[in-house]
Design a protein around this ligand. Structure first.
Ligand SMILES: Nc1nc2c(ncn2[C@@H]2O[C@H](COP(=O)(O)OP(=O)(O)O)[C@@H](O)[C@H]2O)c(=O)[nH]1
Ligand SMILES: [Mg+2]
Length: 448
């Protein structure tokens, strides 16, 4: 991971990432006309690609400031003199992270952002039309989105279907249209949201993978949302209200209850499984068959471990905003420390390289001046060549000097921004706590 980063290390990009992140978490104050949109949807629905097309920025997962921390990606682009921020979120039903962890991450950032005065102006919910299950992951993502938002009206929501095929045959076309109609009518999917004002878009309906077409399609959706959000003032998300204004633990929030429901079902299933295994152990048959008994014991240990995991998850639901924030802050600090180290090392290397170059330039000059006594006076042609050689070296040294200075500048910018993030997010949460917005007993050990 670090190696990949080292190779592509771009100081400016990291500083920019930190700056955008600081804007989303309210550490730096955005302009009143700036907009923040959340991009949601299941993993693989095309969120990162959408954001990349819209902003023209590389939306890479797996390196940079946002990796290794439990973070969301913040990207931006200018729009008619304003700045539009797109927040690339994590899908529920991710293969590598449990729902609870995803919710925890979103809750941490959304609550900090809200406590610092930032409002979410709109939502872009991506849904892959190619998903033929109509249950499972996509349903779960829609449920979680509703639980988190809990808005009275959805004028600032764009429901965007993605993954339209490029060359569907007649039967496939019919099938997709039928599925589309069902999605929009069924209350478990988008039915209730459409009834409450959500806007519908088919993103990249031609299905062609063409960057320009995709960008045009994505921008069209954002344009509409910007206009909508100018008409309808942003509402506070239910999750933000519950955590910041009402001081609920994650498990007490509507979204937390939805996750807890799943956890409960899983726990129940494990308990039942355990009971079944124990009954089998106690039966006459198992007692005589030692090999079978050992096998059952192994299964039992496995189920017990799963149960313990579910119990741990239950405890995690009891976390309050300050605890969530503390964990996240710890991860950020660690990441920033790593990047800082890498940055200063890179700078030191560049400085050393420059010193070496300057030294060798000096040596060339001295060599030329120090002619051996038996050497003849150089001809005008030789002089000309020497001058050219020196000029060439000087040019290289000058550009190395500029590079060092740029790196230095970027490093300072990076340090300024990351410092802001750590102090600012902590202060934002602390401010929310001290002003009594967050109910419950004040945490004694909040780091600020
Ligand atoms: N066919 C097609 N593929 C897409 C489209 N948008 C994204 N993809 C691909 O779908 C995969 C998942 O996209 P990604 O943006 O990473 O999804 P995320 O997990 O929601 O961020 C990637 O391989 C993309 O190249 C689209 O509109 N059409
Ligand atoms: Mg993604």
């Amino acid at each position: 991971m670090i190696l990949v980063l080292e190779m592509r290390f771009a100081a400016e990009e990291l500083a920019d990432q930190a700056q955008r992140f600081a804007a989303f978490t309210g550490v730096t104050k955005p302009q009143p006309t700036d907009k923040f949109f959340l991009v949601m949807g299941m993993t693989g629905s095309g969120k990162s690609t959408f954001v990349a097309r819209c902003t023209g920025q590389k939306v890479v997962v797996g390196h940079g400031l946002h990796s290794c921390t439990n973070s969301v990606g913040v990207f931006d682009f200018p729009w008619n003199g304003r700045r539009i921020y797109l927040v690339d979120t994590l899908g529920f039903n991710d293969t590598t992270r449990p729902d609870l962890e995803i919710l925890d991450i979103l809750a941490t950032y959304l609550s900090t952002s809200y406590a610092n005065g930032i409002r979410i102006h709109g939502f872009i919910m991506l849904h892959p039309i190619s998903d033929n299950r109509m249950t499972g992951s996509s349903l779960r993502n829609i449920e979680m989105m509703k639980a988190m938002c809990g808005l009275a009206s959805y004028h600032n929501l764009a429901i965007v279907t993605t993954m339209w095929p490029s060359t569907p045959d007649h039967a496939e076309k019919l099938m997709l249209e039928r599925r589309y109609a069902e999605l929009l009518a069924d209350g478990r999917f988008f039915g209730d949201l459409v009834a409450r004002g959500a806007h519908l878009f088919r993103h990249n309906e031609t299905g062609r993978r063409n960057a320009f077409e995709e960008a045009t399609s994505a921008r069209r959706i954002v344009d509409r949302l910007v206009r909508q959000s100018d008409i309808h003032a942003p509402d506070v998300l239910r999750l933000q209200k519950e955590i910041v204004d009402e001081g609920k633990t994650l498990g007490e929030t509507t979204a937390g209850i939805a996750v807890a429901g799943e956890l409960y079902k899983a726990r129940r299933a494990h308990e039942l499984e355990l009971r079944g295994l124990q009954a089998e152990m106690n039966s006459q048959l198992a007692r005589v068959d030692a090999a079978h008994a050992a096998q059952i014991r192994e299964l039992e240990a496995d189920v017990m471990m799963k149960l313990k995991k579910a119990e741990d998850a239950k405890r995690a639901l009891r976390r309050r905003m300050d605890e969530m924030h503390r964990d996240e802050e710890r991860a950020w600090k660690q990441k920033i420390r790593e990047l800082d180290e890498m940055f200063s090392q890179q700078l030191a290397e560049k400085q050393q390289e420059l010193l070496d170059m300057e030294e060798s330039l000096l040596e060339i000059r001295q060599d030329m001046a120090r002619r051996a006594p038996n050497q003849r006076e150089p001809t005008p042609r030789q002089r000309e060549l020497m001058a050219l050689q020196i000029a060439e070296h000087e040019e290289i040294v000058t550009s190395a000097r500029a590079e060092v200075s740029n790196t230095q500048h970027a490093y300072q910018k990076f340090q300024g921004q990351t410092g802001n993030i750590l102090n600012g997010t902590a202060n934002g949460v602390a401010a929310g706590l001290t002003s009594g917005i967050v109910a419950g007993e004040p945490p004694s050990s909040l780091e600020t």
